[in-house]
Design a protein around this ligand. Structure first.
Ligand code: NAP
Length: 290
């Protein structure tokens, strides 16, 4: 179980600011230990002032790769050699793989979302999805869902332009039909939700200072056969998920997405499957916060 650091130990890192609250070092180091992989993962405080040097260091120190989080997901792109098709389309990177000095950027958030639904028996192929939120996570969810065969996506956002930009990318490059809406269009939101298989909250409403708020205030918006996803994982059950559960909906929180996006990065770096059940157990037992 224990990895002893020696002369052959390979380094991975998180480049983010802030970085000390991240669960990624725990997830990856526990996984290395259980699989006996001789790698370590550390968190480094990196932002716009030192992102270029940090990325250069991946090559200089022959690091296996890195994760990127705020504020680096977009600003790192000019320093990478290649992008995956998803990262190119989404315009953001959360995982870098160093392949003998060639740095490739990937985005695994959307894959994490799709896999977390599959794990609950829900396949997004041919489904209609309504998503609220067009930030980094919302963009990754919408674009990955479109790439994986979702039939139709209604994208609502407070700032309409961001929803429009994602919808344009989807309509231009996939067979999925995407429609952008302002979050102010509450009647349109109800109509689109009524017609959807899956509804997803990808905003901050439900966590932090918004913990006591629900994105949807009227429980008439929920019906028994709607799958309701909230990608927030702290708290595990947001007010919105509580409401949806009372109406009989299947509910899914953000833990699965968190673990599966990490598992996808782990697979890209190591070629191995992350011990997902073991990692989930740690989160459940220790009630780790996000
Ligand atoms: P982000 O890029 O900052 O986007 C935030 C989104 O929330 C935007 O759509 C924003 O709308 C919206 N929003 C914020 N405050 C709002 C308000 N008062 N009213 C209405 N909309 C509001 O952040 P992100 O990275 O996409 O993260 C969004 C959420 O997803 C967070 O709760 C985060 O914890 C969660 N997340 C979960 C995972 C996971 O693995 N489970 C991964 C990533 C993120 P505007 O565009 O109008 O500002």
């Amino acid at each position: 179980m224990k990895t002893n650091i020696d002369g052959k130990t390979k380094l991975l890192g998180l480049f983010a600011d802030p970085c000390t609250h991240s669960n990624s070092p725990l997830i990856h180091n526990k996984s290395f230990q259980i699989l006996g992989i001789n790698m370590v993962y550390l968190a480094f405080q990196v932002n716009e002032t030192n992102i270029k040097e940090a990325i250069d260091a991946l090559k200089t120190l022959q690091m296996v790769g890195a994760n990127l989080s705020m504020p680096n997901k977009r600003i790192a792109i000019p320093y990478l050699d290649r992008l995956s098709p998803e990262a190119e389309l989404i315009g953001a990177v959360n995982t870098i793989v160093n392949d003998d000095g060639i740095l490739t950027g990937y985005i695994t958030d959307g894959i994490g979302y799709v896999k977390s639904l599959e794990e609950e028996g829900i396949n997004i192929r041919d489904k209609k999805i309504t998503v609220v939120g067009a930030g980094g996570a919302g963009a990754a969810i919408c674009i990955q869902s479109a790439l994986e065969g979702a039939r139709e996506i209604a994208i609502f956002n407070r700032t309409l332009e961001k929803a429009q930009s994602i919808a344009n990318k989807i309509n231009d490059s996939t067979a999925c039909k995407a429609s952008p809406y302002s979050l102010k269009e509450y009647e349109a939101l109800k109509r689109e939700m009524m017609d959807s298989h899956i509804f997803t909250n990808a905003t901050n409403i439900g966590m932090g200072r918004f913990e006591n708020e629900s994105l949807i205030e009227d429980d008439d918006f929920f019906r028994e056969d709607l799958v309701v996803v909230d990608i927030i994982y702290n708290p595990r059950k947001t007010k919105m998920l509580e409401m949806a559960e009372k109406k009989g909906c299947k509910i899914i929180n953000g833990m699965g997405m968190l673990i599966h996006q990490a598992a996808e990065a782990f697979r890209l770096w190591t070629g191995e499957n992350m011990p997902i059940e073991y990692i989930k157990d740690i989160f459940n037992k220790e009630d780790i916060k996000g």
